[in-house]
Design a protein around this ligand. Structure first.
Ligand code: FAD
Length: 316
């Protein structure tokens, strides 16, 4: 089922999960153990992140070779495995970085043949060790261009003229930033760019993590004022460790309210800090549910226990 159909059919807010492929060389079984444990919360869909390789140059026998090294391959395979094993809709993340539009088209055809009908269309982060996003020569610079290509394929429009081409059938999600994307000059400009993604054909928005309900509320209200009418699903990251109070703002360009920082820092043991973090996450989710969000999208990041604790507190 497409994400949009699931949202429309739901009589209560849906739960969805986001997972990351294991590091290359690790077993997929660890991921299955996490997901087995979370299935009782009946996720409507499971997002699987996509990671661009970073390129290194290696010299062998006096010749310099360009070697792409991908730490976390397997997004599409994991999606197929999720569909097979759990019958739950997988949502592969699909990025602009590292793809020409021709490679994008072929990869989309693969997903279509696999029966995958959901995609989260994003630009992608710069590869590890790089600060700036650089598109491929014939690739997309912004997620809106990728959305446009997918929406075109949904209309049967491919890069070359094809007679009676079969349209694809993708439901397209995009990313939104309640605290603005770190490169955007202003919150308003970022929202205009989000609106443009929706105008290009995005069906719903999933947000970056945030830790302050008021930040999300302001984002949704301003998005609605600007004419963005599609569902906006909040992304929630359970807090479990004091060191996340520094690593999360550094890695994701988001802030953590002082009352959470104070409470977690005051905890006497790692266990006590974890309890505080989970309680604060549950509190945020309750505020979001009271506000009427269409669903909760939980960033598990390989930590199924924290996700299970939050969902248990909310759903029993
Ligand atoms: P865009 O929408 O293209 O926006 C990027 C920047 O460009 C923004 O500042 C925007 O305001 C600006 N912009 C957009 N259009 C224009 C325009 N026409 N002119 C000028 N400026 C413009 N990264 C991964 O590598 N893999 C993942 O699996 C992944 N999953 C994610 C899932 C979610 C829910 C979220 C929120 C993020 C995810 N990311 C992932 C991170 C994401 O790739 C980065 O945040 C990236 O820097 C931006 O992606 P985007 O799709 O929001 O980009």
């Amino acid at each position: 089922m497409k994400v949009l159909d699931a949202l429309n059919a739901a009589t209560k807010p849906i739960v969805s999960l986001e997972i990351t492929p294991p590091d290359k060389g690790r077993s997929i079984d660890e991921l299955f153990v996490t997901l087995d444990h979370l299935m009782k919360y009946e996720p409507a869909f499971i997002d699987v992140t996509y990671h661009q390789p970073h390129v290194v140059y290696e010299e062998r026998d006096g010749v310099i070779y360009r070697v792409p090294k991908r730490k976390k391959p397997g997004t599409v395979g994991i999606c197929a495995a999720i569909k097979n094993r759990y019958g739950v809709e997988p949502v592969p993340h699909f990025i602009c970085g590292g793809f020409t539009k021709f490679e994008t088209e072929d990869a989309l055809i693969d997903l279509h043949y696999l029966g995958i009908t959901n995609i989260l269309a994003i630009r992608g982060d710069p590869p590890p060790g790089h600060r700036t996003f650089i598109p491929e020569k014939e690739g997309h610079r912004y997620a809106s261009e990728l959305v446009h290509q997918i929406a075109n394929m949904n209309r049967g429009i491919y890069l070359e003229e094809l007679e009676d081409a079969e349209p694809t059938n993708f439901c397209i999600g995009v990313a939104g930033y309640p605290e603005k994307h770190y490169e955007a000059p202003s919150f308003e400009k970022d929202l205009q760019n989000l609106k443009h993604k929706v105008e290009q054909g995005a069906h719903y928005v999933i947000t970056q993590m945030f830790f302050d309900f008021q930040v999300f509320k302001r984002f949704v209200e301003q998005a609605r004022d600007m004419g963005i009418t599609v569902p906006i699903i909040p992304g929630v990251k359970p807090l479990t460790r004091v060191n996340q109070l520094v690593s999360i703002p550094r890695n994701f360009y988001v802030s953590i309210p002082h009352h959470i920082v104070e409470a977690m820092e005051a905890a006497k043991t790692p266990d006590a800090a974890r309890k505080v973090g989970i309680a604060k996450t549950v509190e945020l989710c309750e505020q979001l549910l009271d506000f009427g969000v269409p669903g909760l999208h939980i960033y598990t990041m390989g930590r199924g226990n924290a996700t299970a604790q939050v969902l248990h507190a909310l759903l029993g």
